[in-house]
Design a protein around this ligand. Structure first.
Ligand code: SF4
Ligand code: SF4
Length: 421
């Protein structure tokens, strides 16, 4: 039995509202270098008119990705904006000029087959289309592909955090495209098979994937399920039988790869779950990268009441936001506006040595010792207690009866290291 906790799922009402593509995004702030290891260089200037899908910043070094516009409009300049992780990044501001009706992007010539493309050509196509989600979350998919090897490629179709259901909506609506994208990724890393993992509580989704694979007669695809015990499935933590060293990608990365290779469509938009009890009409939306959280919430008919907590990502390990001015990036899976009774902000008290955090940690760490070391400013000691092995699932914060901000304290170890470099 894997360690972890059972959580309420709270996804049904969001999924019932479907997957929508709004046409009312008037402005985007597209980040040029968010977590991609290298800043892209702008190839447009203030006042230029850009089409939807146009390249607006070109990759500089081998680890970067090019950046594309998700809006047809006019470039207003480069501004600094807040990212979901709290950092500030230079973004290209683009204002819509088409009476908010963006023409759909038509690929020059959709590809029918990919068998004639070599591994290197596939990786290059993925890189040139700016795909920056997946293998290392927020980093170029192509940088992971170059390093990846292994007998199998894993598609993680799990979303164990409450509310978050963007991947599920995508798999349900675009399963064939996701499977085709997964097969391209398999070819790009030279793996023999693809393992598609879904949570055991999502029976319908599991059967849907299984029957589609059966129908396609793709015998090199397998389906597996993991117990829906958080954090199973979170950030590629998959406690099920998969060959060692198998690279893991999200279904949304597979979909973006399908679009890049078959449709030659660059990466400029993603599905985001906009939810939480404070949102009037929670739903999954296709949104251009660089849309502000404020716009995303307005597209869901706004707020019913003032949230106690605005989160980028899920409620367990997402990042709390001070304002809704933050922009959506390649790895923003959800925007949640939670009320006081759910957010449960409580005053932290001293550790009572109950050991609950130790008994629940899915990677068998001692969160109490790590956090006590951090509170004393002893970051070396925290590292010795295994802070680097933490998968940032937030289970220790959730179970702590003293309401200690465990995850925030553990994250300080990495922040401290990156600032002291
Ligand atoms: S120490 Fe890390 S891995 Fe363990 S429960 Fe806490 S957040 Fe999760
Ligand atoms: S759960 Fe909280 S109170 Fe209990 S040992 Fe861990 S840190 Fe201390």
């Amino acid at each position: 039995m894997p360690r972890g906790i059972r959580l309420e799922r709270k996804k049904e009402s969001i999924l019932l509202n479907g997957l929508k593509r709004p046409f009312l995004v008037k402005k985007v702030f597209v980040p040029m270098s968010y977590k991609t290891g290298s800043a892209a260089v702008p190839c447009v200037k203030t006042g230029d008119r850009v089409e939807k899908g146009a390249k607006i910043a070109a990759l500089d070094r081998c680890e970067g990705v090019s950046v594309f516009s998700g809006l047809a409009g006019r470039v207003e300049g480069v501004v600094e904006k807040k990212m979901p992780d709290g950092s500030r990044q230079s973004c290209i501001a683009i204002a819509s000029e088409d009476d908010f009706k963006h023409p759909p992007l038509r690929p020059a010539e959709p590809r029918k087959e990919v068998d004639d493309l070599s591994r290197a050509e596939l990786v290059e196509m993925i890189r040139n289309c700016g795909i920056a989600t997946g293998y290392d979350p927020g980093r170029p998919a192509s940088s992971g592909l170059k390093r990846a090897s292994g007998q199998a490629l894993v598609i993680n179709g799990c979303e164990p955090e409450p509310y978050v259901c963007a991947e599920q909506a995508l798999i349900t609506k675009h399963l064939l495209e996701v499977l085709k994208g997964a097969d391209i990724l398999r070819k790009a890393i030279g793996a023999e098979k693809v393992i598609f993992v879904v949570e055991d509580v999502e029976r319908e989704l599991f059967e849907l994937v299984k029957s589609k694979i059966y129908f396609l007669k793709w015998h090199w695809f397998e389906t597996r399920s993991v117990k829906a015990i958080y954090p199973a499935g979170q950030d590629h933590f998959l406690p099920c039988e998969i060959p060692e060293d198998s690279p893991v990608f999200n279904a949304s990365t597979a979909f973006a790869v399908y679009e890049a290779v078959f449709l030659q469509k660059p990466f400029f938009e993603r599905i985001v779950t906009v939810g939480g009890e404070c949102v009037a009409e929670p739903k999954n939306l296709w949104l251009p990268i660089g849309t502000t959280f404020q716009t995303a919430i307005q597209l869901c008919k706004g707020l019913l009441r003032e949230p106690a907590r605005l989160i980028a990502g899920g409620p367990m390990c997402g990042m709390a936001q001070a304002s809704a001015d933050t922009v959506i990036t390649a790895d923003t899976s959800a925007i949640l506006a939670l009320p006081k009774e759910i957010a449960g902000e409580k005053t932290p008290e001293p550790c009572i040595r109950c050991n609950r955090c130790v008994d629940s940690c899915p990677v068998f760490l001692s969160p109490a010792m790590i956090t006590l070391a951090v509170e004393n400013g002893e970051f070396e000691t925290a590292t010795k207690w295994g802070a680097d092995e933490c998968i940032e699932c937030g289970v220790c914060s959730f179970v702590c009866p003293s309401h200690r901000p465990m995850l925030e304290l553990i994250r300080q170890v990495r922040t401290e290291r990156s600032t002291s470099r």
